[in-house]
Design a protein around this ligand. Structure first.
Ligand code: NAD
Length: 379
């Protein structure tokens, strides 16, 4: 653990205070080494100077085999269970990248041991669970910190958009339109992923929550209250027909509209069936101008013109779009913990985004508009 004397899970309050002053490197574990966990583990190993990957866990044989080649040779201890991993001596922080249904359980157990958590979205499946985690973080007897991995906030384009709004470049935001459309993947992983996502809260909670979070960041940047007044969700299962059945009915193309108490309107659209590639774009319409981010989604600036038209290559996936943002996210989290600075994303905003996402999912499933009072409580 860098030059730290005593470790988090086992130290007294006084020891902790002394250790934080000296601590320059945060010892990380990664919970769940599937798609996201592998990305986080490699980022921490290679690209985050103030973080050290000390352990990881997954029950899946394929993940453990991957770790044998990619983590164990770098001195990372790998465990088949979270319960074994979380007891690793000197563990300071974890990235929770397990399946969504387990985020609450893994985050709560880590926080209760005084371990800082960077949790993939969705952090919990209910607002009540998130409020419980927030109260653990806020309790005076616990110094552990929590951040939800809303990756897009660490993208330099969205950061510049927020800065411009803060500087008044478009006046006051009025309408925000944000969409994230993934290229259709008809493989077995995606078929099981969409069903798991439906069980874990649905497409709004699993994915549109990124767009909702961006909307909240732009309202915050504009100094506007981000309190929902009413929400309405729509959706359809255009390709993944298995989503039409059962209690966890979901869509693979969904639209979530939100009216805020300040008068602002947000339109969020997500799809899992885009034909060309990852089409992720955002527009913020203000009283004196408009900001657009990525309206034509391309992998680079090259265009080929020939006798059949003008051609550009597509961006294959969210992974390609946000690869640097995942690194920036862990750096920002590590920095906030080591320097005792506020987390870049407030937990209050995470409660609001989850509240909106859940209400949108419910509105889509029930066909009813959902209203909130001026304090953001369901009517
Ligand atoms: N921030 C983003 O842009 C983004 C993008 C994709 C996915 N995600 C989120 O990341 C999370 C992981 O998604 P993924 O695509 O990597 O899925 P995945 O299925 O590839 O990975 C999940 C991992 O959790 C592991 N796991 C299952 N039970 C476990 C347990 N008891 N203890 C520890 N690990 C366990 C699985 O073995 C698997 O390795 C999801 O919550 C998803 O919503 C975020």
């Amino acid at each position: 653990m860098g030059d730290l004397v005593i470790t988090n899970g086992h130290s007294t309050g006084v020891d902790k205070a002394a250790s934080r002053i000296k601590q320059r490197v945060l010892n990380f574990g990664v919970v769940g080494i599937g798609r996201m966990g592998q990305l986080h583990a490699l980022n921490i190993l290679r690209l985050v100077p103030q973080a050290k990957l000390v352990c990881a866990c997954s029950p899946a044989k394929a993940d453990l085999e991957w770790a044998e080649t990619n983590l164990i040779p770098h001195g990372v201890a790998v465990f088949p269970t979270f319960e074994e991993m979380v007891q690793f001596p000197g563990l300071d922080a974890v990235v929770v990248a397990s399946i969504s249904e387990l985020h609450y359980q893994h985050t709560k157990a880590s926080l209760e041991r005084g371990i800082h958590v960077l949790c993939e979205k969705p952090v919990t499946q209910t607002v009540e669970q998130l409020q419980e985690l927030v109260s653990i973080v806020q309790s005076s007897s616990n110094e552990a910190r929590l951040m939800v991995g809303f990756t897009r906030r660490f993208d330099e384009n969205y950061q510049e958009a927020a800065e411009k709004i803060r500087a008044g470049a478009i006046g006051s935001p009025v309408v925000i339109r944000s969409q994230g459309c993934e290229k259709l993947d008809d493989g077995p992983f995606m078929h099981s992923y969409v069903v798991n996502a439906a069980r874990g809260g649905g497409f709004f909670v699993d994915s549109i929550i990124h767009d909702i979070d961006l909307t909240l960041s732009f309202l915050e940047a504009g100094g506007l209250p981000a309190v929902p007044q009413s929400v309405c969700g729509f959706g359809t299962a255009a390709h993944f027909k298995e989503l039409e059945q059962g209690p966890y009915r979901d869509g693979d193309n969904v639209v979530g509209m939100v009216q805020f108490w300040g008068g602002q309107i947000a339109f969020h659209y997500n799809s899992r069936t885009a034909a060309a590639g990852y089409d992720n774009q955002t527009e913020i319409f203000g009283t004196h101008g408009k900001i657009s981010v990525n309206l034509v989604s391309k992998s680079n600036r090259l265009e080929l013109s020939d006798n059949s038209g003008v051609h550009a290559s597509v961006l294959p996936s969210w992974y390609d779009r946000y690869k640097p943002s995942f690194v920036a996210e862990v750096i920002a989290f590590t920095d906030a913990v080591l320097e005792q600075k506020p987390m870049p994303i407030s937990l209050e905003s995470c409660i609001t985004s989850l509240t909106i996402a859940q209400a949108l999912q419910e509105s889509f499933r029930t066909g009813k508009k959902i209203d909130f009072d001026k304090e953001g409580k369901r009517i």
